[in-house]
Design a protein around this ligand. Structure first.
Ligand SMILES: [Zn+2]
Ligand SMILES: [Zn+2]
Length: 257
């Protein structure tokens, strides 16, 4: 299924209370209807065998699918409802049951999260990487380069998520942990970008961190977006909404794009 071909206001990266979201699927559909959206796609966090509080359990995954399929029929004459998954790189579950897959890397090869809290990122840099943050970034982009093969992704999730906590202070200038202009950092993301461009899969423009005010730029940064666009990369808007407010804020941004 080509999500990019769906017309009208839509959003395919929406979380619910089945994982770490605040609202039920039905509440999110009502919010989407209120916003005049033509389609909504749910992308709950796929099950992983570790860090189980951040994802859906196998039972919750079944409940999630049942409920969304039922709602899709119930609301089908008002809005298109899709049942997708945000498949983590380290999930081992099959993906063929889903309408589409967003492929995402949330963990380092040691399965430490760099996305959960800033403290965890600091611990990974200092502990596991002995202060060599560029080596951490290289590991991240090495996994990301392989994300389409590993997750069967239809869409590449939040390309430069490794920058999540790298912005702070006035104007949220980048560089809190590393310089995004450093040659090692640039070489790492460009290598992943080149590999992923060959898959022909679209990249998300993910406003999740903008909505939550971690960043002023979406994932990926404008510099990376330009690099991808110049090489034929395609994009899909997403809010990565974890609440009705997130869906609304995302729709406001999307309307201006
Ligand atoms: Zn994610
Ligand atoms: Zn997400």
């Amino acid at each position: 299924m080509k999500l990019e071909e769906i017309k009208g206001l839509c959003d395919f990266h929406v979380h619910t209370s089945y994982c770490d979201g605040e609202n039920t699927p039905e509440e999110m559909i009502f919010a989407a209807l209120d916003l005049g959206m033509s389609a909504i796609g749910f992308a709950g966090h796929s099950h992983t065998n570790f860090d189980e509080c951040a994802c859906m359990s196998l039972e919750e995954t079944d409940g999630y699918e049942d409920e969304i399929r039922t709602l899709a029929m119930e609301f089908g004459d008002q809005i298109e409802v899709f049942c997708g998954i945000e498949q983590d790189y380290y999930s081992e579950e099959a993906t063929d049951r889903w309408d589409y897959v967003i492929g995402s890397v949330h963990y380092l090869p040691s399965q430490l999260s760099f996305d959960d809290t800033e403290l965890m990122l600091q611990q990974a840099i200092e502990g596991e990487y002995g202060g060599d943050v560029y080596s951490l970034c290289e590991d991240y982009y090495r996994l990301l380069a392989d994300v389409v093969r590993k997750t069967n992704a239809d869409v590449i999730g939040h390309f430069d998520l490794v920058c999540k906590f790298n912005r702070g202070g006035e104007g949220q200038r980048q560089g809190k942990y590393f310089d995004e202009g450093n040659p090692r950092y640039i070489a790492a993301w460009q290598k992943a970008a080149d590999t992923l461009l060959e898959t022909g899969k679209p990249f998300e423009i993910n406003y999740g961190a903008v909505i939550k005010e971690y960043r002023t730029e979406p994932y990926p940064s404008v510099a990376i977006q330009n690099y991808l666009a110049e090489r034929g990369g395609r994009f899909i808007f997403s809010s990565d909404a974890h609440s009705e407010e997130g869906l609304r804020a995302g729709a406001e941004i999307n309307k201006t794009k």
